[in-house]
Design a protein around this ligand. Structure first.
Ligand code: NAD
Length: 258
């Protein structure tokens, strides 16, 4: 028998997922454990209790779960989080930069503090968490970083001047980090989901006009669920994607095929 297909399995790998108490991050953390990884998961300091259920799910897959606080973009918080994950898992092979916020507003009304908050969490926080993990991965001989971008990193959408700008930044930052860190065998890719039903998007989807508009844009005819995103993340964390770096894999139900 010839074995050409590299494994999608992550047995023995150590992963960290930011913002894993709900939505996409929760699903990604559990899927990584299903693939065989031990997983450190983060939540905002006042929401760490939200990690109880995801940790139980990871442990029920026979893997180690490490719940830790993280408040992006604070550098002390990032350093404590990375040190805690390395200490308790023995190292970090995979980083999934999932934590993110959206504060929708018409561009004419968008306030400076909201612009700053979105860039700070989605772009600055993601960069410094990547930098800190990559320093460790360089010493360890390699690793994988998967950034949660968005369809809104490649197309515009109403009331999302700050969010679309931050996610477009993630798409191009992914390319820069891939270029700089290829020499250390650190692959850096992004996943760009379409509209996924989570706590972040529930109020948008509850608006009948927005719902109709969104569904018109997605040829698959439905919005996504968190489970729709996990395959792309596991693939980009696995040996099967060894030669892929700097890429944003859209999970967009065909939105950009038009
Ligand atoms: N839901 C969608 O339609 C959609 C589509 C494309 C991309 N995304 C991206 O997917 C990621 C997850 O979103 P979700 O929809 O699951 O939302 P969510 O609100 O369920 O999850 C966001 C997570 O980020 C955490 N977080 C927020 N601010 C933080 C901070 N300052 N420091 C650390 N953690 C913080 C939250 O506590 C939460 O755990 C985000 O990056 C989002 O932009 C979502």
């Amino acid at each position: 028998m010839t074995n050409l297909l590299p494994s999608l399995g992550l047995d023995g790998r150590r992963a960290v997922v930011s913002g894993a108490g709900s939505g996409i991050g929760r699903a990604v953390a559990i899927a990584l454990s299903e693939a065989g990884a031990d997983v450190a998961v983060s939540e905002l300091p006042d929401r760490v209790g939200a990690l109880d259920e995801v940790c139980k799910a990871i442990e029920s897959n026979g893997r180690r779960a490490v719940p830790l606080p993280l408040a992006l973009p604070g550098l002390t918080s990032i350093d404590d989080f990375v040190a805690g994950a390395i200490d308790q898992l023995g190292g970090v092979d995979i980083l999934v930069n999932n934590a993110g916020v959206n504060i929708p507003a018409d561009a004419l009304d968008l306030e400076e503090k909201d612009w700053d908050q979105v860039q700070d969490v989605n772009l600055k926080g993601l960069f410094f968490l990547s930098q800190r993990c990559a320093r460790h991965m360089r010493e360890a001989g390699g690793g994988r970083i998967v950034n949660m971008a968005s369809i809104n990193g490649v197309v515009g959408y109403y009331r999302r001047a700050a969010y679309c700008s931050s996610k477009a930044g993630v798409v191009n930052l992914t390319r820069v980090l891939a270029l700089e860190w290829a020499q250390y065998d650190i692959n850096v890719n992004a996943v760009g989901p379409t509209f996924i039903l989570t706590p972040l998007t529930q109020s948008t989807f509850d608006d009948p006009q927005m719902r109709e508009d969104l569904l018109k844009r997605i040829p698959k005819g439905r919005v996504g669920q968190p489970e729709d995103v996990v395959g792309a993340v596991v693939f980009l964390s696995s040996d099967a994607s060894a030669m892929i770096t700097g890429h944003t894999l859209l999970v967009d139900g065909g939105w950009t095929a038009i």
